[in-house]
Ligand binder design. Sequence first.
Ligand SMILES: Nc1ncnc2c1ncn2[C@@H]1O[C@H](COP(=O)(O)OP(=O)(O)OP(=O)(O)O)[C@@H](O)[C@H]1O
Length: 592
Amino acid sequence: MSDIRRAVRLLLTLAWRTDRGRLVRAALLMLVGYVATPLIAVCLKVLTDRAVAHDPRALWAALAAAVLLVFELMMAHFAHLSYFELGEMEEETLNSTLIDLAGRPDGLRRFDDPEFADTLRLVREDLMNIRMALAAVLQLGGVLLQTAVATVILARVSPLLVLLLAAALPPVIAGRWAQRIIDRAQEAEAERTRLVNHLLRLATSAGSVKELRLYRAERELAGLQAALWRRITAASWRAHRRAAAVRAAGQTVFGLAYGGAVLLVATYAARDHARLGDVVLIITLAVQVSAQVSEALSLLSTLQTAGRTAGRLDRLRAEDVAEPAGAARAVPDRLRRGIRLEGVGFRYSAGRPPVLRDVTLDLPAGGTVVVVGENGAGKSTLVKLLCGLYDPTSGSILVDGIPLSDVAPAAWRRNLTVMYQDFSRFQLTLRESVGLGDLARSGDDTAVLGALERAGAGRIATKPPAGLSGLVGTAYGDGTELSGGQWQSVALARSLMRTEPLLLVMDEPTAALDAAAESAIFERYRESARRAAERRGAITLFVSHRFSTVHKADLIVVLDQGRVAETGRHADLLAAGGKYAELFRMHARVYE
Ligand SMILES: Nc1ncnc2c1ncn2[C@@H]1O[C@H](COP(=O)(O)OP(=O)(O)OP(=O)(O)O)[C@@H](O)[C@H]1O
């Protein structure tokens, strides 16, 4: 019940704040429409009684019934207009709230909490149903009013008739039981059903048909499919027969009560002709009551789901973490010394082992740094820390002597360009997908085309049908699907939109590219990096598994299980014969 209360409170408060005019209009129209239904039964009773008494005023009752019928039919449609729009506005407000809650605090720390990530996912999925839930609140109000009016009318004829409300429950309970029987049967056959569908796909898709022909296996497949299908349908029919019996039993209970009620009122009418209208009233109203009880229960279950969403949203709000105060120091205009990591340690959560341990490093202003290391050494984690997405668990990161923790993360990030290893595929227009990298210039086609050129992906923009205005990806529109390498180039172009950052990071940037494309991109990227280094002392940091580009770096950092194993230049590290030399030789054996 508390879920339902929470849903009603959230939806009505939000609707009141969003547009109270629309809310009142929707509620009034809905209530008028709903209350008209039992009043039609009253009009029919009056009509019958007057007709029996040869009273010409029976016509007025007929007219009233007709008007109420029009109300019943029309009001819900007019109400729908108001609450549907209102529901959409609510959904939009709640979506914004969710985006807001997901974006605070600025880093990624909260996303590592499985409970937070789970709650966020559930709320995201459920918010789509919120507009239905507002309709359910208003409909529930209407149904409750309708039932109250019907109950009063029934009680006035005979208090015994109120029992009809209770008799309306068994068909609902039986209906749910029957549905469970069918669901269970479907679940039991789910695996076989998936297999049947899979076999059907195999037998009708070009890709598999060519192999089936080769092995002459079509008949075998068709036979298997048919046998499975027979088994599934036999189970399904059995379940449907049992469900029908259960439903019929539930309806029988109501049917008996209904028959009893009509009989009771008929005996009154037999004694007193003036009460013939009551028979008509009961025949009409009892069916309505059954439908009302069933509708009310189904609306309550919709609201229960909405209530759980509201509860989750409340939990996210309660756990909301404010931005830490005091991050007020400005980002330097130009790096003079560089970035220093001082005894940096990091673990993703308290119970987990450290991913970085006592990392002390000087990344020189204007320099090119390459971080190498085996899988899981902590390279991407180091990048995330440098981007201010996580704070070090111990030690500090200093930008020209200013602790990164004293700088607002958003201000720091405005001075970065990063191409992440697990970059996103923003399925927007090509212009938007690249332009996101520098929103101020996202509409500037020359800037977007320039970034695509620098990323070696100028050809994507000239591809038909729509160039920069064409959708990339096919997730929701008639877009062009890109290859893995092309997606990577688009992400790279996005990271090249900002032309004067303080730190340029490429984390495994060329994994999906061939060797020639990789070498071309590195050269182009180094050109951009050189310009940024000249103007702002920018540091370029490559994370790489491949060693073909490493030897030109000013500094190579070898990470090993979260520690800095070695630092230096290519020739010196090779000569030292340590971890770097070992990795380099291993790479040479595999790739050369
Ligand atoms: N969000 C996370 N939550 C918990 N552990 C994580 C998370 N991200 C990474 N790790 C763990 O941290 C360790 C270092 O991962 P990281 O991605 O930094 O390594 P890497 O050197 O970049 O590896 P690769 O070369 O395979 O990309 C790994 O053991 C990884 O499982």
